[in-house]
Design a protein around this ligand. Sequence first.
Ligand SMILES: Cc1cc2nc3c(=O)[nH]c(=O)nc-3n(C[C@H](O)[C@H](O)[C@H](O)COP(=O)(O)OP(=O)(O)OC[C@H]3O[C@@H](n4cnc5c(N)ncnc54)[C@H](O)[C@@H]3O)c2cc1C
Length: 406
Amino acid sequence: MDFKFTEEQKKRKTEYDGFFKALMKDAPPEFETGGMEASFGSDEGFEFFRDTQKKLGEMGWLTMAWPKEYGGLAATNVEQLLFNMSAEEHEAPGVEAIGVNIFAPGVIMFGSEEQKQRLLPPIARGEVVYCQGWSEPDAGSDLANLSTTAVREGDHYIVNGQKIWTTAGHRADCMYLLARTDPDSSRSKGLSAFHLDMNTPGIEVRPLYYMDKSHIFNEVFLKDVKIPVENRIGEEGQGWMVTYASMTTERSGFFLFTQCQKALNRVIDYVKKTKRNGGYLSKDPVIRQKIARIYTDLQGGKMLGYRIATIQDEKGIEALPMHLPSESKVFGTELQYELFSLATEIMGMYGAVEGVTHAPLKGMLEGFQFVPALTIAMGSNEVQRNIIAWTGLKQPRCKMTPLPAR
Ligand SMILES: Cc1cc2nc3c(=O)[nH]c(=O)nc-3n(C[C@H](O)[C@H](O)[C@H](O)COP(=O)(O)OP(=O)(O)OC[C@H]3O[C@@H](n4cnc5c(N)ncnc54)[C@H](O)[C@@H]3O)c2cc1C
């Protein structure tokens, strides 16, 4: 495969870069450090997120690889990847990850035509923010153990239960919910997927605070919440298949490699300009070796990302082997871990103190605190390795043992 970008693609990337460069000049101070906290941690940050999301939606950039009838531009996934790369490089908000990358693929693959017409265009126009209501206190890696119920009563389901770690649940308009529609079922059988309007009575969102009292994660309590039957995605009991399809796209994220490249560029710049013991750090053979190794691995990771986008373009999302996104997720998160560990070795602990004048690279390493969380989010790396062993290497499947009832 030849992964070189065409002249047209390079031109498009320059256009996105120009857009984001201009946009970020007006960004509120939260965006100096970036991350999800910038978008969802304060009202000002979220307002900027919403405005940007709408602008991107108007240009059709959020969902350019979708068919035109659902609000896309019928572009390739490689072009979408280039756009997302540019947004990430500029640490720009507005690319709504859960609606576009997790919920919508489930609707595209399993939704009815009526649902596609109704639910996809608002996502494409950048009008809605979704959160993901899957994990529960006793169902994280073992998601099939979830106990939130959705019991059918006429043309509605009545939902009761609790979700946890719901990123941006306090900002979201809608939730992508997974619940048990057959209360007598166990494990993955009897689950169904839903679109839930967060303004529905009976939903209580409670914050999970960081140490400094800011927050982006939540618990969501659902008490007798009514969901119309037409908001069930796929058949009743098909929820596991629907969410599996969504997980594949969730884990394919190229953003991990873009973030890595950006941080690596800054580290390289730092060692070129910084002297220690009379010589530039960039002349130190050990530092050179370690940086070169991370750079080499990064190229491998990017190739994996291009391969995933190319398979989707050539054969469709359904044809994407399940282990490839898992490989990308494990490789990308662990590469970030290695890079930040190396950067800490080079810069010392001040490197991780954001906002302090003598901290190297303005305390860029504070971002390191989030890297371990990424090895757990989107399904932990241990669980991804089980998937790679099972579906990629054809090893026997590792079955989860259900927790005893509390
Ligand atoms: C930053 C972040 C954002 C998140 N956002 C959301 C969100 O928006 N919506 C949502 O629904 N969830 C969200 N989550 C939850 C996330 O999906 C779960 O944390 C994750 O699936 C792990 O589940 P758990 O925390 O219950 O850990 P557990 O499942 O209790 O796992 C504990 C440890 O045991 C290991 N382990 C478990 N089972 C196995 C096994 N079979 N083989 C080997 N090792 C195993 C795990 O790898 C882990 O190290 C988020 C998590 C994080 C960290």
